[in-house]
Design a protein around this ligand. Structure first.
Ligand SMILES: Cc1ncc(COP(=O)(O)O)c(C=O)c1O
Length: 356
């Protein structure tokens, strides 16, 4: 009995964390992409003001939250036509359980990807196949994941690439789920949603969004899905039985978060200026940066085994993630989730070591 899931990858990084911690000036942890900048105060305030919450929250979300998501999806994703919305208790939870909710027998996921797509397929006991970006080459399947901007690469889908995924869905009847949780963190490219490319016909198309990074709400667990109204109704039906309701104070905090874009612009500036500090240092140390057009991460390589790159950075007290966690053995992923001071210090350590 029991699921045979992959080994939890982060355990393999622990020895490098131990090395990095020995650095006399301390560790700078750029591995797990967990937000470190504060939750905007006005959102915290709404959470506090909503602390009295004796009743169960409604699974489908309050009318206020449903309307906030709907209006945001029209304004920021370009969603049009008939579409449904559903709040989620974290997008990781949704990624891990969607194939189960939809009883998908066959699942496609990007060959270099966030590991939970595969885990979700395994939990559903479905057959999982890694695929490239070009959807015209995809085999038939019940469900296919797209992730733009990508974790880990920061690559952004072009309109033509989205169109190919939509054509695949229309040709095969498969569901395309676009994980867009880094959508608002463009750097050299402005990412778009798959929903801007459906021409208002959202059948079998879903877009998943999260406020974890957008609004520094990772600890609240706040996300939502937008798209095919029938599919969302089907998911809601399962969720009404299975729970995973979003707590009411969090639903109220989500409305506040979605009503403001200034804090998102400020966070985007933070991540992009941290990248601007680290890119020249990494280049001086012989790394090249691939993709990284958007999102929280730099995707770097020295054309060596990723563990060698991780070990070199660990010797400087800097912890990065080996690309092998995502299916690529020669890249590393460097997260911008450290303070500006820590990122400056990391850049200084790398530049000094590169010149040594
Ligand atoms: C591509 C991608 N999707 C989903 C998630 C899950 O985010 P959350 O569960 O915080 O919404 C992450 C988190 O790192 C991610 O990188």
């Amino acid at each position: 009995m029991g699921h045979k899931l992959p080994d939890f990858p982060w355990d393999a990084l622990a020895p490098y964390g131990a090395t990095a911690k020995e650095h006399p000036a301390g560790i700078i942890d750029l591995s797990v992409g967990t937000p470190v900048d504060p939750t905007p105060y006005f959102i915290q305030q709404v959470l506090k003001d909503s602390a009295n919450s004796p009743s169960y929250p409604v699974t489908m979300g309050t009318p206020g939250l449903r309307s906030a998501i709907t209006e945001w999806a029209k304004a920021h994703l370009g969603a049009a036509g008939n579409f449904g919305v559903l709040p989620l208790i974290g997008s990781k939870e949704f990624v891990a359980w969607l194939p189960t909710f939809l009883t998908s027998q066959t699942v496609l996921y990007p060959e270099v990807a966030y590991p939970t797509y595969l885990v979700g397929a395994m939990l559903a006991k479905s057959e999982a196949t890694p695929v490239g970006i070009d959807a015209s080459q995809w085999p038939k399947a019940d469900l296919a994941w797209v992730n733009s901007p990508s974790n880990p690469t920061g690559r952004v889908h072009s309109s033509a690439e989205y169109q190919a995924a939509i054509d695949w869905s229309r040709g095969t009847g498969g569901v395309v789920v676009s994980d867009e949780c880094y959508l608002e963190f463009g750097k050299t490219v402005t990412p778009t949603s798959i929903l801007a490319h459906t021409g208002g016909d959202n059948k079998n198309i879903l877009a998943v969004h999260s406020l974890s990074k957008r609004s520094n709400l990772a600890g609240y667990r706040a996300a939502f899905v937008v798209g095919d109204a029938d599919l969302i109704a089907q998911i809601l039906e399962v969720r009404k039985h299975a729970g995973m309701m979003v707590p009411l104070p969090v639903q109220k905090a989500m409305i506040a978060a979605l009503s403001d874009s200034d804090h998102v612009a400020e966070q985007r500036r933070r991540y992009n200026s941290r990248k601007d500090l680290l890119i020249p240092a990494l280049k001086a140390a012989g790394f090249s940066i691939d993709f990284s057009d958007a999102g929280l991460y730099l995707w770097a390589t020295r054309n060596e085994d990723c563990w060698q790159s991780v070990a070199w950075l660990a010797s400087l007290g800097i912890l990065a993630t080996p690309g092998i966690f995502y299916g690529d053995a020669t890249h590393i992923r460097i997260a911008m989730t450290a303070t500006d001071a820590q990122i400056s210090e990391a850049a200084a350590r790398i530049t000094a070591a590169a010149g040594a």
